[in-house]
Each structure stands twice: as structure tokens, then as C-alpha cells.
Design a protein around this ligand. Sequence first.
Ligand code: 6PG
Length: 261
Amino acid sequence: MSRRILVCQTQEDLFEAAAQFVVQSLTFQPDSGKTYSVALSGGSTPQRLFVRLAAAPYRSKVDWSSLCIFWGDEREVPPEHSESNFRMAKENLLDRVPIPPNQIFRMEGERPAQEAAVRYEKVLHHAFSQNNKEGVPRFDLILLGMGSDGHTASLFPETAVLEEREQWVAAPWVEKFHTHRITLTPPLFNAAKQVLFVVSGSDKDQAAEAVLEGPFQPNRYPAQIVNPVQGDLVWLLDREAASRLKKSSFTEWTRDNEKML
Ligand code: 6PG
């Protein structure tokens, strides 16, 4: 597993770097029939990345027909709800690019979370049954964010799902929001070929320091659980989110050294 931490001077650069990483990490081979499995993150941060990917110059660099879209987590709300991660991705990306509808696999937030989790696990079994000897689905790319408490996807501090090693999809109760969530589990994040964290804002600085430089305490900082066993882990942060990191911990990303992604 390789881990890289890249810090961008501005939010603008952060989403530029993230868009470049997504395009570079999916080495499209048109007409190869190969498809790429990408799990999208939720929350507000990815919105600007999605808008950027759906516009020039990135829109023409992606072979959208070869993408299979999944989610890392979802809220227990219907797809038209303002809190829906599916809705956010639909409005900012999926409605603007030609991904075949039968290659978009959303989590059914409108169902009771436990039922939605069981159904999504079946969806993953089917979607990955073709090329998957290892058993656990191996996503080509998983996008993740991080909360100011160090949670990622819907893996929240001090929750039982952090210990999950069998199930691929879980429906944890999140006391903080008095709701259930639907989320992929640690084994799936750690089986991925590539994981990209995109983290922005000063409210994330303490969690970023604890997760990236602090002792290993995944129960307290769940984002620490994500360490793809045979994959690449890239953290992209803006200056605010990275303000407490030691200079030695990261590399500056600037537009003229975009090759480093
Ligand atoms: C969700 C996300 C969650 C998110 C963080 C950061 O469904 O909320 O998957 O893990 O990435 O909460 O959220 P922001 O990007 O809104 O700060």
C-alpha cells in the first residue's frame, strides 16, 4: 500500500487536482470492453469535484460508457431528498455525462437502512461476480471525504461497524444524527485499487492531524481504518484542512507539478 498526502494552496486547486487524479487513475482503454468501478463519496465536498468532471476539459477525457458508479454511503432518505447523496451526484454529475443508467448502482435510501444494506450487498455480489476471485469487491477507485470528527463514509467514531469484517454493506445507527446510514464496510475500502480522500476547510484541521499524524486509534478516528492492502491511498487537502500538519508529512501540489498525482 502506498500513501501520499498532497496539499493544495486553494480550494480551486484542490478540486483541480482531484479531477486530474480521477481522470489519470482510470486509464481508459476505449473499445476494450473493460469497465471501471467507482464508488462516490457523499456530503458537500465532492459537489465541486463532480461539477468539474462534468465540464471541459475533463468531460472529454473520461470514457463515461465504461464507468460503473456505486456509493460509499447513503442517508436513509429517498433519492429526491435534499440530504440524498444520490441526488447530489445526480444533479452535479450523472445528469451531465453519458453513463448508461444500468451502470449506476445507487443505495436505496428510501428503504429501511438494514433492508437497503442487504439489497446493496446483493447488487455488489452480482456486479462484481464476473471478475472477482478474491471474494471482496475490488473497486478501481473509491472517493472519500472526512468529517470534523474523523469519520469517513458512514463509519462514525465508537460504532460497531468499525469492527465489521464479513458484511460488505452495513446499516449503522448514528447517534449524532439520530438516524441509520447505509455504508460500505472497512474490508471494501481496504480491498480497493485506489482510494482518494478529498478534504477541505479549517474545521477538518484537527481531525486531519490526528488521522494522518496521530497514533492509530481507528475507533476514535475511523478514517484511519482506510489503508488499501494492495492499493494506492491519496489524501488531497487544501491549506486550511492541512494547517496543523507537519511540513514533512506532505507534498505541495501546484498546477505546474501536476505530474505528481
Ligand atoms: C456523507 C459522507 C461523509 C462525508 C463527510 C464530510 O454521507 O455525509 O459520506 O462521510 O464525506 O461527512 O462531509 P462534507 O464534505 O460535507 O464536509
